[in-house]
Design a protein around this ligand. Structure first.
Ligand code: 5RP
Length: 267
């Protein structure tokens, strides 16, 4: 993809020189409120930050809970306007490009809801955000959010990812699914995989492993890290899968060893 220097530089801060990325997702509160594990964002974020390549969050949490001296690329959630109590697809752009520049963000993230009531509005918002981002060299991460009745299969997720790419997104975040390689093959921009609901640690590590093996640049993981009994252990294990190509078994040992060393220190 040909792009201006600023855009290329910001993307390179997110997707590292090995072509891989570990993004820590802590933006859930924008529609879920005080999500389990994120009640006090600073406490959750601080120990995890050193192990993430970038961090995805809202401007409210960025301003209140992240030190401005932190040298970590910010992927700012700029869509919202709805809550868990309402129709989730009814989102709009919630942050101006000027504030994104002031906050020195490395990318802007917006959800698209293909097949939902507000499909068109979210897709047009994506296109508008890309136009704004292109003016100032700020990449756009499209998030393929899933409506209540949407299947998380390759047909649906492949459709969403391809539309995101066609509308000009620079990265797309989606879910891992069967026949994931097919999705990767038909999506001309980098794909990063969301962790999804909390699952046992071994399963979350398998997901990360399968995602990168299937062609994703990495993971944008939240709940499977910050809701784990060892968040630092999990992010270290995920990082080893993404950047060091370790097996799931080896990664699980990294998680266990961190968990056990913390338990020893506490006793
Ligand atoms: C919410 C998001 C989250 O960032 C995304 O779902 C990743 O977090 P998790 O790994 O917990 O699913 O975009 O809409």
């Amino acid at each position: 993809m040909s792009m201006n220097w600023g855009m290329a530089n910001r993307l390179a801060r997110i997707i590292k020189s090995d072509g891989r990325a570990v993004m820590l997702a802590v933006d859930h509160g924008y529609f879920l409120g005080p999500t389990s594990g994120l009640e006090e964002p600073r406490k959750t974020i601080e120990p995890l930050m050193p192990h993430a390549d970038s961090i995805m969050l809202t401007r409210g949490v960025l301003r209140t809970s992240v030190d401005a001296k932190a040298d970590k690329p910010i992927v700012l959630r700029v869509s919202g306007g709805t809550s868990i109590l309402k129709e989730l697809s009814n989102e709009d752009i919630t942050v101006s490009i000027e504030d994104c520049i002031r906050l020195n963000v490395s990318a802007m993230a917006l959800s698209i809801f293909v097949g939902s009531d507000f499909e068109k509005e979210t897709l047009v918002s994506l296109a508008k955000l890309v136009d704004e981002g292109e003016k100032y060299g700020i990449p756009v991460l499209a998030v393929t959010a899933v409506g209540k009745d949407m299947a998380r299969d390759v047909r649906y997720l492949g459709l969403s990812c391809r539309i995101a790419a066609e509308l000009g997104a620079h990265i797309v975040k989606t879910y891992y699914c069967d026949n994931f390689e097919e999705l990767i093959g038909s999506c001309p921009i980098p794909v990063i995989v969301a962790g999804g609901k909390k699952t046992p640690e071994m399963e979350a590590l398998e997901l990360a492993y399968n995602a990168v093996k299937g062609g994703a640049v990495g993971v944008d993981m939240g709940r499977n890290i910050f809701q784990s009994d060892s968040p630092v252990g999990m992010i270290k294990a995920v990082r080893a899968i993404v950047h060091e190509n370790v097996s799931v078994k080896e990664a699980f040992k990294i998680y266990e060893s961190e968990k056990n060393s913390k338990a020893r220190k506490a006793s």
